[in-house]
Write a protein that binds this ligand. Structure first.
Ligand SMILES: Nc1ncnc2c1ncn2[C@@H]1O[C@H](COP(=O)(O)OP(=O)(O)OP(=O)(O)O)[C@@H](O)[C@H]1O
Ligand SMILES: *[C@@H]1O[C@H](CO)[C@@H](O)[C@H](O)[C@H]1NC(C)=O
Length: 380
């Protein structure tokens, strides 16, 4: 088989945007209108550093460029994981382009470890206390009153209306869930750098409702090898290929029978074991599944059986995937999508980006249920 990989490089020439008026200025950033584009803004970082809500304030040269670099990286990571953000691209050293949003005047804070202002508001809690799950807090953006902490009930009672949508229970829940998912993903990424993410703050804007899962190959940080006992199982292999693609995991489809060509089966296995890339094998073999157990008995890599079961014989056939000789530990799931998920979860143990996509997918499923519930309950 010849694999053609076509890469498309976009020209990196981006014309200088014509800037309009200043839309907003905060403590750390300035938001500029783009003259001929009402859907986007340019966000420029300032060299100013602040603490305790402007009680302490100073200029620090290079801070704007450092913060633009960090912000751009964090947003790119979140987007690759499948979290929608307003970020579009980095414009230059100190500015990035973003979708223009109507901002929700709430700060969404998430903490793993108790420190700083939390201790002042919660006397008695010792510094370093570990929240599990992470602690979510909300603050109303009101500089004159030092951004007071607000409960969920207070936010709902305020009945904020933004871009034609009222912030009610469902909207607050969605934003809290999103904040928690963002925290989990960034904490995972920070951990790869031997850093502990203590706490963080997110701003949210309308214009970024809803979620979407992106898929981009992560490179050879892991892969799934699907071996089918017969070419007639191809449709199942393709379903698995599609499902695993959503996690950005490369997937190869192979055909080999452990009954009719065990030498080929083992040589395929050898081929993928020789280069050190973390590999999960999935065996798709109907009737008597010899494939998964034979692979599993000859490799230390995880093997997942995903046997196609017929209505007449399924109840009998499935035992060939379940009852194993001692020393064999392959697992069994009954749908290609579930096999893809199980494989992604195994690879995610070592690959934070795959882990992040699983986390984002969990958020997206949660949000989809909320949307479905709302649509139906408003109708009936
Ligand atoms: N995509 C966007 N579209 C429109 N406005 C935005 C967007 N992103 C951020 N803003 C707004 O830009 C302003 C400047 O940001 P900055 O972070 O400096 O605000 P701040 O309130 O002073 O600081 P912070 O919220 O970090 O304490 C804020 O009012 C913020 O709501
Ligand atoms: C980045 O671009 C903005 C807008 O064009 C400009 O105001 C700013 O000075 C630029 N910063 C640098 C470091 O070039």
């Amino acid at each position: 088989m010849i694999l053609l990989i076509i890469k498309i490089y976009f020209s990196s020439h981006i014309p200088e945007p014509k800037l309009g008026v200043k839309l907003a200025e905060g403590k750390t950033k300035v938001v500029m209108e783009i003259a001929d584009d009402p859907t986007r803004v340019l966000i420029r970082s300032k060299d100013q550093i602040t603490a305790f809500n402007m009680v302490r304030c100073d200029q620090l040269e290079g801070k704007a460029s450092l913060s633009t670099k960090t912000t751009s990286c964090v947003f790119k990571l979140l987007q690759e994981a499948g979290i929608k953000t307003a970020f579009e691209h980095r414009h230059n050293d100190t500015a990035f382009m973003a979708k223009r949003c109507t901002m929700v005047p709430i700060e969404w804070v998430c903490r793993r470890i108790a420190t700083g202002s939390f201790l002042k508001r919660n006397p008695g809690v010792v510094e370093g206390y570990r929240f599990s799950p992470p602690k979510l807090e909300t603050f109303f953006k009101d500089d004159a009153n030092n951004d007071p902490q607000w409960s969920t009930e207070q936010i709902i009672a305020k009945g904020l209306s933004l871009a034609g949508r009222t912030i009610g229970r469902a909207e607050v829940d969605l934003m809290l869930e999103t904040t928690a998912a963002i925290f989990d993903i960034l904490e995972k990424m920070w951990a790869t750098q031997d850093c502990c993410l203590v706490d963080m703050k997110v701003s949210k804007g309308v214009g970024v409702w809803g979620m979407g899962l992106l898929s981009q190959p992560t490179g050879e940080k892991g892969r799934v090898i699907v071996i089918m006992g017969s070419a007639s199982d191809e449709h199942l292999g393709r379903r698995l290929h599609k499902a695993i693609g959503a996690y950005g995991v490369p997937c190869h489809l192979r055909v080999s029978s452990a009954h009719k060509g065990p030498d080929q089966t083992l040589s395929i296995k050898d081929q993928y074991e020789s280069d050190g890339v973390p590999t999960v094998f999935v065996a798709i073999a109907g009737r008597s599944n010899g494939l998964g157990p034979v692979l599993s008995g000859n490799t230390a890599s995880p093997v997942i059986n995903c046997p196609p079961l017929s209505p007449e014989w399924g109840a009998q056939d499935v035992w060939s995937s379940l009852r194993m000789p001692t020393g064999i530990g392959c697992t069994t799931v009954l749908s290609p999508e579930a096999a893809a998920l199980a494989a992604a979860q195994i690879l995610a143990l070592n690959e934070p980006l795959i882990w992040s996509r699983l986390r984002a997918q969990r958020l997206n499923m949660w949000a989809a249920l909320q949307v479905a519930d709302r649509a139906l309950s408003e109708q009936v």
